[in-house]
Structures are given as C-alpha cells and as structure tokens.
Design a protein around this ligand. Sequence first.
Ligand code: HEM
Length: 195
Amino acid sequence: QSSPPETFTDAGTGIVFNSWGIPNGDAQTQGGMKFGVALPSNGLTLDAHEFIGYLQCFSKDATNTGWCGISLGGPMTNSLLLTAWPNKDTIYTSFRYATGYAMPDVYTGNAKLTQIKSTINATHYTLVFRCQNCLQWNQGGQTGGAATSSGFILLGWIEIGQHDNGMGIFGAVLDTNAANPSYTAWAAKATTTVT
Ligand code: HEM
C-alpha cells in the first residue's frame, strides 16, 4: 500500500519532514510510531545519498525497555536497517543488515549517523538525525538502495517492547515538501556522535 506523507515542522529545530507512521492508539502497535524524512534540495530529481531522519518510537515506561527499527529498503532482508533504543538520557543507534529472518549482523558499510536532537519522555523517545550514506548500501558486496528521485520509498518498521509490538512496511510517497533548500543548514546542526 502507499501512504501519502504528512508534512510537519519539528519544533525546536525547524526542520520540515515528510512523515509516515502508525498513529498512537492504533491496534497495530501500542503507542504508535512515526518516521520522517527531509532530503537535500535536489533529492527529488537526483537520488539522495543522505537524509535527515525523524524517528519517534514508543516506550512503555520510564525504564525505557525496548527498541525500534527502520528498514530503509522496506523488507527486513537485504536492506540497511537502523535500530534505536533509549537508555537513561541517551538514544543509541546501530546499523544492521540481515540476509534472512534472523538476528541481523552489524552493518559493515560506510553509513554514518549524527544526532541533531534526542528527546526521551515517559512514553516516547524521539531522535532527529543526519544519516549519511544511508540510501545506498553495500554489505560485503551485496548492494541495494532507495531511489528518492522516484518520489517513493519503501520503509519497514518494527517496534519491540517487553514483547513484540508490531512491524510492517509502508510505501512512503514523497511530495515536494520532502526536499528543502535549507537542508544544508539543517544538516550542519548534526554535531553529536553517540557510540
Ligand atoms: C519482519 C525476525 C530483528 C526489521 C520479521 C519477520 C521475522 C523477523 C520472522 C517476519 C514476520 C512476519 O512476516 O510475520 C527477526 C529476528 C530478529 C529481527 C529473529 C532478531 C533477533 C530485526 C531488526 C529490524 C527488523 C533489528 C530492523 C531494524 C523487520 C521489519 C520486518 C521484519 C521491518 C517487516 C518487514 C518484513 O517482513 O520483511 N523479522 N527480526 N528485524 N523485521 Fe525482523
């Protein structure tokens, strides 16, 4: 299925995102989840190599159990996977790659994540980040990518709490709000590396 984007401006950073997700209250995943993308100004005519991402996931309580993840290719397999989990005041991330439906390997390509803003409250954790070399991937010679110039990308999502909290794929339609002349200025705000 394909999902038209919802455009929103993140308070605080002023970054404009096309976003997709599962609303809070939906039966598919407790607490909902939301993923947003901002592209370089030419990202709808040339395939972007990087984006600014917005990831908001649910955490049941302040002890921050669980993690969530995004597949930048749609399915879990043969796509660059990004996982995120909160711990105290920090959101940690890790790039992964899976060739089958089993515990993914650590990604060995050159994707790089730098944080712009991270927020953790009693129910949700939210990360705004720059993701460089994230839209073309190479795991030991196995390559793939997401073509932003097509105006459409396939995204997979997964949320894990103490128990499985849903997963799925959406066809994310990009509209003209996704690419922005302010991209370079926004990307320059990405200064925090968390390892
Ligand atoms: C789907 C296993 C970790 C992303 C699935 C499915 C299985 C599976 C069996 C298919 C379920 C169904 O169709 O009902 C596992 C195991 C993992 C793991 C055993 C680790 C121990 C991850 C991670 C990510 C991820 C770390 C992303 C960061 C997805 C996504 C789907 C999915 C997006 C839905 C799309 C699809 O079916 O391909 N996983 N997974 N998984 N998984 Fe994983």
